[in-house]
Design a protein around this ligand. Structure first.
Ligand SMILES: Nc1ncnc2c1ncn2[C@@H]1O[C@H](COP(=O)(O)OP(=O)(O)OP(=O)(O)O)[C@@H](O)[C@H]1O
Ligand SMILES: [Mg+2]
Length: 236
């Protein structure tokens, strides 16, 4: 169980997260929805140890990990695919994946792990010797989600995996995330601006606005009660 209690994150005078309570259901996808600047990335970065936490706590299986250094959180089974396509552009596709595998908590030998990645995304096998920086945006996102999942993490943090991608690639990435997590029982926190998409794949959702949770509930209920329509109206 991954739980956040009364979390506050601020950058100087900017209060990005203001007293958020949240639970990520074990083995399920939990969505965090909100517009630009709502605090989604700050919330996820607090869980990975990269945001300035001013108050509250991050609990992993009941243990307070708020002050555990970011570098030690991978060993706890937390993996992340963060915003902005972090990739080593000059390294090859396979070298990128190998680095992720080397720093993660191993659950399978390298040969099996990489074979699985190429089975999921055959295009990456074709491109494996070339520099990752020359991949298309969608292919880079495939590398990023593969790097995040190559060690079968217990907890997976995904920050806007759909950002800037064509709908067909978004579907492919989301199908992979959903299947991979179901197969391995991964607990996922998914931040998205695309509410419809996030609520379709998740079981529970939280809506953030200006650093606060303004709504939460079963994803199906949020859809049925017209949340998506009201959000679009509020944001546009
Ligand atoms: N490193 C930083 N320094 C100063 N302010 C920051 C920093 N990172 C985020 N902020 C501010 O914190 C608030 C929340 O930002 P955050 O990136 O968490 O939002 P978000 O929901 O992820 O938005 P987006 O959908 O645009 O990625 C914003 O007002 C933002 O300007
Ligand atoms: Mg963000």
């Amino acid at each position: 169980m991954l739980e956040i209690r009364d979390l506050a994150v601020s950058y100087g005078a900017v209060e990005a997260v203001r007293g958020v309570n949240l639970r990520a259901e074990p083995g399920a996808i939990t969505a965090i929805i909100g517009a630009n600047g709502a605090g989604k990335s700050s919330l996820l970065r607090a869980i990975s140890g990269l945001a300035p936490v001013r108050g509250g706590a991050v609990l992993l299986e009941g243990r307070d990990i708020t002050r555990v250094p970011a570098s030690r959180r991978a060993a706890l089974g937390i993996a992340q695919a963060m915003e902005g396509r972090r990739i080593f552009r000059d390294l090859s596709v396979e070298e990128n994946l190998q680095l992720a595998w080397r720093f993660g908590r191993k659950s399978a030998p390298w040969s099996r792990a990489i074979a699985q990645v190429y089975a999921n995304f055959p295009i990456l096998s074709e491109k494996r010797r070339g520099p990752a920086g020359l991949l298309s945006g969608g292919q880079q996102q495939m590398v990023i989600v593969s790097a995040a999942t190559i060690c079968n993490p217990s907890y997976l943090l995904l920050d806007e995996p759909s950002l800037g991608l064509a709908p067909i690639i978004v579907r492919e990435i989301y199908a992979f995330i959903t299947e991979s997590c179901r197969e391995h029982g991964t607990t996922v926190l998914l931040a998205e601006q695309m509410a419809t998409l996030a609520l379709k794949v998740s079981t529970y959702g939280y809506v953030l606005r200006q650093g606060r949770v303004i709504r939460e509930g079963a994803s199906r209920e949020l859809v049925e009660t017209g949340l998506v329509a009201s959000l679009s109206a509020a944001y546009l």
